[in-house]
Design a protein around this ligand. Structure first.
Ligand code: SAH
Ligand code: SF4
Length: 358
């Protein structure tokens, strides 16, 4: 499936307005803009588009679908995190998460692939790969999460009652291995005629696909970037994140510098902390070396437990509190700006790396 088609019926919600105008030709462009606005408003049928002539609505309904065919299950956690499990018509299962923090920030976490081909040993998603998601399937996640956010806002039931303020592309899959579809989805999400969400509030997280970072820098969209560094020890990194065998850190760093030289702004270096594995003093020193010459903040994510995952025959374990503290302290002493990721969503297996689609 190379574009927003399922059973060859085009799905319009994943099409940027220019593409929509082309598809709808010879209709005038303003019709594409009207339809984009309707899609952004969340409608699920052409019947609701009351500024389109009735015969046109009927004709469009015969040629296109608006949203992907999906079944959705909702799992709520007591900390305010809500996970949606989405199942598409071909059986592919993915997850999308809405996180609320105490400062009133509401973050939508979106998936880009069903499974992931990168195979990181610490990540549940990496256990298998089914397929790339289409732009429509990525936009659909946002629309579903927005409905949730709006519902909880109007019922006043949630800990925070604000609309979605941030998007992180940190759910299932490696975004830069599905850049074409992600790019179309983000065009819909950020364009004025679409959902009009600020690009500066969108962060794409990558395991470090160098040519993907360069492509994103040169062709846009101008979103924020996070690199899942994990460790700057190249040998250890290759064993933990098998895909990085073909992505040397020097090439990744060069791509990140190009990103920043082109005005991409501060990046985040993420490190999932694996007890007894990547929290050594030399890992801290390596991270500081990697960060040199970059404008970067470090985000530490204590490993969220996933049953059955192991590294070279040893069961993975969470880092101890003392281990987290001393690693954080060491990085700070080395002059790095360090934050710690909150663990919300654990109760619904919605925390980082615990997403698997089943
Ligand atoms: N594929 C992309 C985005 C999805 S993974 C990437 O790797 O960046 C998002 C983040 O979750 C990554 O930083 C990854 O290192 C982290 N992660 C994976 N499994 C985890 C786990 N079990 N506990 C905590 N973080 C995990
Ligand atoms: Fe894929 Fe990211 Fe998980 Fe690695 S951490 S397997 S790149 S989703």
């Amino acid at each position: 499936m190379s574009d927003s088609k399922i059973n060859s019926i085009p799905v319009l919600c994943g099409m940027p307005v220019e593409e929509l105008a082309e598809r709808l030709s010879p209709l005038p462009r303003f019709r594409a803009a009207q339809i984009s606005k309707w899609i952004a408003s969340g409608v699920s049928s052409f019947d609701e588009m009351d500024n389109l002539p009735l015969p046109l609505r009927t004709e469009l309904a015969g040629r296109f679908t608006l949203r992907p065919n999906v079944t959705v299950q909702k799992h709520s956690s007591s900390d305010g995190t809500v996970k949606l499990a989405l199942r598409f018509a071909d059986g592919a299962r993915i997850e999308a998460v809405l996180l609320s923090d105490n400062s009133g920030r509401r973050t939508a976490c979106l998936s880009t692939q069903a499974g992931c081909p990168a195979g990181c040993v610490f990540c549940k998603t990496g256990a298998g790969f089914l397929r790339n998601l289409t732009a429509a399937e990525i936009v659909e996640q946002f629309l579903q999460l927005r409905t949730l956010a709006d519902d909880s806002a109007s019922s006043g039931m949630s800990p925070t009652t604000l609309p979605i303020s941030n998007i992180v592309v940190m759910g299932m899959g490696e975004p830069l291995l599905n850049l074409a579809e992600l790019r179309r989805a983000l065009a819909v999400i950020s364009s004025k005629e679409g959902l009009h969400f600020s690009r500066r509030r969108i962060t794409v997280s990558t395991c470090g696909i160098a040519r993907g970072i360069t492509d994103l820098t040169d062709q846009g969209p101008a979103v924020r970037l996070a690199l899942s560094l994990t460790t700057a020890d190249e040998n250890l990194r290759r064993r933990l994140m098998p895909i990085t065998v073909r992505e040397p850190l020097a090439a990744v760093k060069k791509a990140l510098r190009h990103f920043q030289d082109s005005g991409g702004g501060r990046i985040t270096l993420e490190a999932v902390l694996l007890g007894g594995i990547n929290t050594r003093d030399e890992d801290a020193a390596g991270m500081a070396r990697f960060a040199r010459g970059l404008d970067a903040a470090v985000n530490l994510i204590p490993w969220n437990p996933v049953k059955g995952l192991e590294f070279e025959g040893k069961t993975l374990r969470q880092p101890s509190t003392a281990e987290i503290e001393s690693f954080t302290q060491r990085l700070k002493t080395l002059g790095l700006n360090v934050t710690r990721r909150y663990r919300r969503g654990r109760g619904v297996m919605g925390a980082c790396g615990q997403l698997s689609g089943n």
